[in-house]
Ligand binder design. Structure first.
Ligand code: RIB
Length: 293
């Protein structure tokens, strides 16, 4: 069984600010740093640091060497990452004094997948292999359809939620990993219980992990329901907390752990991640997570 993550790779430009800038306002930032990020890359690195070998597929641009280096340093396979002669994906992230962030995303090469490049990647995978997806690459619907035809198990983190997702056949998803905002966007209901029930009714056979920020996280597969509280810490930067959670949950599931064990490991991993700045640099290793669990 192989694990493929077809997703974004971004250079995150992180500006430290007192508060998130308001419309019409100009503020001075105290620091600017460049980190490796992108929901796709963050989740691949979380899987790798959780001990699961992963192939990453996607595209970087002329500024993407640091992203490829991060993959290699963490043991993420880069055979299916193309380098294109144009600027790659990047973000402008403000992090305020409380560790909260807001993000402007430039898609760049993440939005340059083609049907041919997708077919070429998927031809290396088959029934029972896992595919992890987020919503920062184009042709998501095509990727889902083709991977499903091959019998792959598809995990979808529908983030950031936008119109592309309404064109996807979500009945082909085995596991949804989402937060309460994305849960409401997918189902039209806002109560966590109602989101879980709605997804289970709409997509029987799928399971859902619903994260609720400081209120913990639920797993529900239509029969078994599990709740996990947060591990309380002082956050300095919440960027990639959700990606760390997703990577560690999926890695634990693939390693044969129960949903309750998976949730506990994922919650611990993301609680460590938010105490550190940046996306990729903040993601802990499984050794750090288990040492304090
Ligand atoms: O989830 C965090 C990520 O979202 C950042 O690393 C940024 O690149 C955006 O994709």
């Amino acid at each position: 069984m192989k694990v493929l993550n077809f997703g974004s790779l971004n250079v995150d430009y992180v500006y430290s600010v007192d508060h998130i800038v308001q419309g019409g306002e100009t503020i001075l930032s105290s620091k600017r740093e460049a980190f490796c990020g992108g929901k796709g890359l963050n989740q691949s690195i979380a899987l790798a640091r959780a001990g699961v070998p992963v192939y990453h597929a996607g595209a970087v641009g002329t500024d993407g060497q640091m992203l490829l280096d991060a993959c290699k340093e963490n043991g993420v396979n880069t055979d299916y990452i193309r380098t294109l002669p144009v600027p790659g994906g990047h973000t402008i992230i403000q992090v305020d004094a409380k560790g909260q962030n807001c993000i402007i995303l430039y898609g760049g090469t993440n939005q340059m997948q083609t049907e041919e490049s997708i077919d070429a990647v998927l031809s290396n995978f088959s029934e029972g292999d896992y595919l992890i997806l987020q919503n920062e690459v184009n042709l998501l619907s095509y990727i889902i359809d083709k991977a499903f035809e091959r019998g792959m198990k598809i995990v979808l983190n529908p983030s950031p939620y936008d119109a592309q997702l309404s064109g996807c056949d979500l009945s082909k998803i085995s596991l949804f990993m989402l937060n309460e905002i994305e849960g409401e966007q997918c189902t039209g209901v806002s109560d966590p219980d109602a989101i879980l029930k709605e997804l289970a009714a709409k997509y029987p056979g799928s399971a859902t992990v619903l994260t609720l920020g400081s209120k913990g996280a639920f797993y529900y597969d239509g029969k078994e329901k599990v709740f996990q509280d947060i591990f309380k810490v002082k956050a300095v930067d919440t960027t990639a907390a959700g990606d760390t959670f997703t990577g560690f949950f999926v890695a634990s599931l693939i390693s044969g752990k129960t949903p309750a064990e998976c949730l506990r490991i994922a919650a611990k991993a993301s609680s460590i991640g938010v105490t550190r700045p940046g996306a990729v640099p903040s993601i802990p290793t499984i050794r750090e997570v288990l040492a304090d669990l």
